[in-house]
Every structure is written in structure tokens, then in C-alpha cells.
Design a protein around this ligand. Structure first.
Ligand code: DLZ
Length: 158
């Protein structure tokens, strides 16, 4: 993906690019499935709302957030894929190796993004409790899946 530089006449912050021909991979962790499915629904509805086509959105499931990095690599290495959205939920209070998983997935996703020069988005919730997760998966604090999709869209326009 070669970056298009915009001069000051063309530049407008907050621009949403045309994504009608863009292809997205959404990698979904099965751990805390009720939360990650809600993140997935949010991400998909946001992509569709902004003009992505259903036939251009692909899903890949992985067992847990730790595996999101490899799921991201499997999808990012497909040339036609323009952006990858990783969705997971690691609950601090319920996960003894919380820090290991979060650090690993954050570094893993960053590495994949840099290796393939494509947006690979960190849509991973890291709350203290299940309720805080639900609040951020379509509850009172919005939906991290929507935010991840918007970030992917914006990165395609930057
Ligand atoms: C093992 C584990 C635990 C305890 N908690 C979570 C979690 O809260 N969220 C999550 O996405 N995954 C969890 N996992 C699974 C790990 O991500 C990973 O799948 C396993 O350690 C196997 O590599």
C-alpha cells in the first residue's frame, strides 16, 4: 500500500474515503464470545454503513486473543486484503496472564501491520470485569468494534 500524500488544498481531517472496492478481513477471538460477537456485529455494521460491500468482508476466527497476531498474519499476507481488524476481549480480573496476552497481541499486531504495510487494527477490549466489557461492546460506552472499523477506514484514506 503506497501512501498518497495530500497537499494542503486536498487535506481535510476526518475525511472518510470511498471504501466500496476495499477488502477487509475481520479476525475474531472466540474467548469471551458474547463480547467478541458484539464487537464483530459493530464492526460489520460500521463497514457496511460506510460503503463496504458484503462480498468484500471476510471473517477468520481464532481461539483466543493471543492467536489474533497469527490470524492477522494469515489474512494480511493475502494481497487483495486492504485492512485487517482484530477483535478480542481479555478480562483482567479473570485472566492471570492478562499482561502476557495483552502485550503479546499488541506487539504481534503491530509487527504484522509493519511487515505487510497495511492497517491492522487493535480492536481488543482489556477491561477489569465482564460488565465493563459489555458496556464497551454495544452498551453504555459504545462499541469498540465500531471504533476499530472506523480506524481501519480512516487509515485507508490517510
Ligand atoms: C487462557 C486465556 C485466558 C485465561 N483468558 C483469556 C481472555 O480473557 N481472553 C482471551 O481472548 N483469551 C484468553 N485466554 C486464551 C489465550 O488468548 C490463548 O488462546 C491461550 O493461552 C492459548 O494460546
Amino acid at each position: 500500500m503506497a501512501t498518497q500524500l495530500k497537499n494542503l488544498c486536498e487535506y481535510s481531517s476526518g475525511n472518510i474515503p470511498d471504501i466500496s472496492d476495499k477488502k477487509f478481513a475481520v479476525v475474531v477471538s472466540e474467548w469471551n464470545e458474547d463480547v467478541t460477537e458484539a464487537l464483530y456485529e459493530g464492526a460489520i455494521s460500521t463497514l457496511l454503513k460506510h460503503g463496504a460491500k458484503k462480498e468484500n468482508i471476510f471473517r477468520k476466527d481464532v481461539p483466543g486473543s493471543f492467536e489474533l497476531s497469527l490470524g492477522a498474519q494469515w489474512t494480511a499476507e493475502i494481497e487483495e486484503i486492504d485492512a485487517v481488524i482484530c477483535l478480542g476481549c481479555v478480562i483482567q480480573g479473570e485472566t492471570k496472564h492478562f499482561d502476557f496476552i495483552c502485550d503479546a497481541v499488541a506487539h504481534g499486531i503491530t509487527n504484522v501491520s509493519l511487515k505487510y504495510n497495511k492497517p491492522v487494527i487493535f480492536g481488543v477490549l482489556t477491561p477489569n470485569t465482564q460488565q465493563q466489557a459489555l458496556d464497551r461492546a454495544g452498551g453504555k460506552h459504545g462499541n469498540k468494534g465500531d471504533e476499530a472499523a472506523i480506524t481501519a477506514i480512516k487509515m485507508l484514506g490517510f
